[in-house]
Design a protein around this ligand. Structure first.
Ligand SMILES: [Zn+2]
Length: 286
């Protein structure tokens, strides 16, 4: 984990090896936390690292519903803000895959094939009480403790995905629209919308872009992510047009690459997600 000051009173916890990034914005009223990691203990560890107690946090914002951005919510007693669709997705998940028994079952099942993942999940879910956002967006521009910020609904990565924009220091918390240094997770994405949203990110003319995963990134890196998704989408369309199967597409070595080492399994998974979306079979292979 690396703590980086990205502006006056604005910090980012960059966690390329641990999971999702977290933003911290100091205001006259207290601190704003952007995303809460995958467990309360991790989130507590980040606050401890900067000597901040949870009662100094006056606002939490979830950029989207995925567990690695929201399962640390239980630590906070203040308002937790998200888009309506983010909250709805979390509420639906709580009735199904996020039921504690169901989580335990899937950890037990996966422990046969992926013991490291299972061990990590076991640790992260001790004492887990998945906590929904308490508030949903009713306006995009907010002023908290003298700090102006905008929570902008984009969708694309997941239906309720938002970016958090601080217009004065020109800092963009891009959430999972941007993965730096590793393949993106696109299991819930609307791919054409995602490509369009990534292509429009330079319009913010941001001073600093904090991705959902990885290190601070440049416009060139964002452009490389857009090109990877665009190229993978186009090549998958060609496979479908040629009547190939999803396995044939996934075995094609001619696909573009984004990151050589990190989360390489997502390279093949992303081809399969795109194939499935294009074929309209609705079966998500992740
Ligand atoms: Zn995500």
């Amino acid at each position: 984990m690396e703590l980086v000051q990205v502006g006056e009173g604005v910090h980012a916890f960059l966690r390329p090896d641990e999971g999702a990034n977290v933003g911290l914005v100091r205001t006259a009223e207290g601190l704003i936390v952007v995303d809460t990691t995958s467990c309360a203990a991790d989130m507590q560890g980040l606050l401890d690292a900067v000597g901040v107690s949870t009662d100094r946090v006056c606002q939490v914002i979830n950029t989207h519903s995925h567990s690695d951005h929201t399962w640390g919510n239980q630590l906070f007693r203040c308002s937790i803000l998200s888009h309506r669709l983010c909250r709805e997705t979390m509420a639906i998940n709580l009735q199904g895959p996020w039921k504690l028994d169901t989580i335990r079952e899937s950890i037990a099942l996966r422990s046969q094939t992926d013991p490291d993942w299972a061990r990590e999940m076991q640790k992260e879910t001790i004492g887990l009480q998945i906590t929904l956002p308490t508030d949903t967006l009713d306006r995009r521009a907010l002023k908290i403790g003298g700090v102006r910020l905008e929570v902008i609904h984009v969708g694309a990565h997941s239906p309720g995905s938002c970016v958090v924009w601080l217009p004065e220091p020109r800092i963009l918390f891009a959430g999972d629209l941007v993965f730096e240094g590793r393949y993106p997770f696109i299991g819930d994405a609307d791919i054409p919308a995602l490509i369009g949203a990534i292509r429009r990110l330079p319009d913010f003319d941001a001073q600093t872009i904090v991705p959902g995963h990885g290190r601070l990134c440049s416009i060139e890196q964002i452009s490389a992510l857009g090109a990877y998704l665009e190229g993978t989408w186009a090549r998958t369309i060609d496979h479908l047009a040629a009547g190939h199967s999803t396995d044939e597409a996934a075995a094609d070595p001619g696909y573009p690459h984004y990151a050589e080492k990190a989360a390489e399994r997502l390279h093949e998974a992303n081809i399969r997600v795109m194939f499935s979306q294009l074929a309209g079979d609705g079966a998500c292979p992740l």
